[in-house]
Design a protein around this ligand. Structure first.
Ligand code: WT7
Length: 647
């Protein structure tokens, strides 16, 4: 079975910023002389005090540390806003399309955005926010989310955005972990015509997180949410009362910029920490080269600000590059499955960056929804968050892009800050389903289970050999966990947690997580996190969660649950547990399947054999492998005999 290859179209090779020869030359320099390469790329940022040292990194115990541009100073907000004012002050910075097509859009120029950010920075300062303080942002997809981020960066505060789909419990845990005194939220969010009670969730979180002293509330729907005197502050009133001028703080390149919580293979989500200088250079460079971006082009990244894609490629990358970034509040299928492409036509979007899960859902609705729109403005299509299956890739290419637009399938992680493996539209022949080749400065390696480097084609664990500027710098509040999690599985390498195949052409094909992390609709979930939510229920004795194949979501959540001896599990309890997990974590953690099991397959030493649970969830029961080391092999027969009927 030959795999399809799409060569670089001639006009792309001619006109793109990077063609294949240039990619090869630049990549070569980026890995042989990273100091020279990144010193040059750092010229895209206005430094207050120029750096004298580019790279100072080690992955080894003893002298472990990751520092880029370490003696340089800058302010990210000034780079994203102030420096554009003379050249593009009246250009649109943010186009905002509301949830409902009947509501008016907003078009915010760089000058207007600058003033909004300066005012909000002054509001933060009035509330006593200083350099290094943590500020939690729990906002829907409205321009004020960008304003809050940029205002934090301006005053030197560290933002921690919590996705507005997370529960009060999840919010409280993240607020407590980073010790933020302030939460910024809205009265309600709007998605697909439904209201999300954000302020109410913050009130509930505050009952569990006594550290919350102030809540700044943006009126989005105008609902009467009740303001707590002395604690709650109205966004607009506060902004109206302060000066429209604010001078940005001079930050060190290695000063923290943001914390973003993400799931790992162990219980609690970890606060991934990114710093200022390297991150700015990295997101600006990747955004420009990966999308062949020119200032002023209409660019739409459909990710939520609550995820790293929203941080790097909805806000920071495009604004650093003087871009016009489109923010869409809604969902792909509301009011109908044409919505995405109607928005493309409305704003003449040139670059669209979305997730495979949304594409698969839209693909299922039929081509008519796409074909009734023009989409002539589109030039580049992007994919992110999970492997894109070749069928969805071909549909994206043929139906959405009419065969005209290169697809950049970008592999990266919350930890990597920006894109690591990706095609470049003018340089890379495309293979549907492959993230293709490394970005500049990225040295991927495949290791076998013994940690031996594999040469040539093969399948192994994906690690990265050297540091890149946008790499995370730590786990908030737990210095040791950073080193332990990423640099001890294979000493001397950054361990990604992903499995990967490399083909004869040196193209990389990500095969998915090889740790206890699952990817549901492009959202990362720790199985341990869902298990601890389940066992927190009074009727549950034990739980084991694994991923299962899911046509739309990529992976679904399959939970095996053992109830307490005095409980007779039934349909009502199943429903209750599903609702329970949603409440504990949020709707994205909703289990797709709950299988009640009187016992789980364990080794004699008590370790759950997840391999078997995965196979059963995948309906791959012919190859359960060796079950002889199980303490009680009959457990497996019971599991097989009682698999729930899947829809
Ligand atoms: C995990 C990281 C990328 C930012 C948003 C998700 C998977 C991500 C791809 C891709 C195959 C991908 C990996 C990775 N992943 N992009 N293009 N092809 N897999 O960030 O939540 O930190 O998740 O998402 O498994 O490890 P995240």
């Amino acid at each position: 079975m030959g795999e399809a290859i799409y060569p670089v179209p001639a006009e792309w090779a001619e006109n793109a910023l990077i063609d294949d020869a240039r990619y090869t030359a630049m990549y070569q320099q980026s890995v042989s002389d990273p100091d020279a390469f990144w010193a040059q790329e750092a010229g895209r940022i206005d430094w207050i005090k120029p750096f004298t040292k580019v790279k100072n990194t080690s992955y080894h115990a003893g002298d472990f540390g990751i520092r880029w541009f370490e003696d340089g100073t800058l302010n990210l907000s000034a780079n994203a806003l102030d420096r554009h004012l003379t050249t593009r002050g009246d250009q649109i910075a943010i186009l905002w399309e509301p949830d409902s097509p009947d509501e008016a859009e907003r078009r915010i120029t760089y000058r207007e955005l600058h003033e909004m950010v300066c005012r909000f920075a002054n509001v933060l300062k009035d509330q006593g926010v200083n350099r290094g303080d943590r500020v939690t942002i729990y906002l829907p997809m409205v321009p004020e989310a960008a304003v809050a981020m940029l205002a934090c960066a301006r005053v030197g505060a560290i933002h921690s955005i919590v996705f507005a789909g997370f529960s009060p419990e999840a919010l409280a845990g993240r607020v407590e972990d980073c010790g933020s005194r302030i939460v910024i939220t809205a009265d309600e969010g709007l998605r697909g015509g439904k209201k999300v009670p954000l302020k109410k969730n913050v009130d509930a979180a505050a009952a569990q997180a006594p550290g919350i002293e102030k809540v700044i509330v943006l009126a989005r729907t105008g609902a009467d949410v009740g303001m707590v005197p002395g604690r709650d502050i109205d966004w607009h009133a506060a902004c109206a009362a302060v000066s429209p001028e604010n001078s940005p703080e001079e930050m060190n390149a290695e000063d923290p910029l943001f914390i973003l919580y993400t799931s790992g293979s162990t219980g609690k989500p970890k606060g991934v920490l990114h710093t200022t200088g390297g991150y700015s250079v990295w997101v600006s460079a990747t955004h420009q080269y990966v999308f062949d971006y020119r200032p002023g082009q209409i660019y739409w990244c459909a990710a939520d600000v609550g995820w790293v894609t929203g941080h790097s490629y909805l806000i920071y990358g495009p604004l650093l590059n003087g871009g016009t970034t489109l923010m869409f509040e809604g969902v792909p299928n509301y009011p109908d499955p044409s919505r995405f492409w109607q928005v493309v036509d409305k704003y003449q979007v040139e670059i669209f960056y979305g997730a495979p899960t949304a594409l698969r859902a839209l693909m299922r609705e039929g081509d008519e929804w796409v074909k009734k729109t023009s989409r002539q403005s589109l030039r580049v299509l992007g994919s992110v968050g999970e492997p894109i299956n070749p069928e969805a890739w071909e549909w994206y290419h043929k139906v959405v892009g009419e065969g005209r637009c290169p697809i950049v399938d970008t592999w990266w992680q919350t930890e990597t800050g920006g894109t690591m493996i990706t095609p470049l539209p003018g340089a890379t022949a495309l293979k549907p389903g492959s993230a293709s080749r490394p970005f500049f400065g990225v040295q991927p390696l495949l290791l076998d289970n013994d940690g031996t480097i594999m040469e040539g084609p093969g399948d192994g664990c994906l690690v990265i050999a050297d540091s890149w500027p946008g790499q995370m710098r730590g786990v908030w509040g737990d210095a040791d966990r950073f080193f332990q999690t990423y640099f001890t599985t294979f000493a001397g390498y950054y361990f990604t947690g992903d499995g990967c195949r490399r083909d004869e052409d040196g193209y990389y094909w990500i095969t998915g997580r090889i740790d206890d992390v699952i990817n549901v609709s492009g959202h990362r979930m720790g199985t341990a996190e869902i298990e601890s939510a389940l066992v927190a229920h009074e009727h549950v004795a034990e739980a084991a969660v694994v991923g299962m194949p899911h046509e739309i979501k990529g992976q679904g959540i399959y939970a095996y649950v053992t109830c307490n001896a005095d409980v007779e599990p039934d349909e009502a309890l199943r429903k209750e547990l599903i609702a329970w997990v949603r409440r504990e974590i949020g709707p994205i953690a909703t289990p797709d399947v709950i299988q009640f099991a009187p016992g789980l397959p364990k080794t004699r030493s008590g370790k759950i054999m997840r391999r078997i649970l995965r196979k059963i969830a995948e309906n791959d029961v012919g190859s359960l492998g060796d079950t002889s080391t199980l303490a009680d092999p009959s457990v497996v027969d019971h599991l097989l005999a009682n698999r729930p009927q899947l829809a």
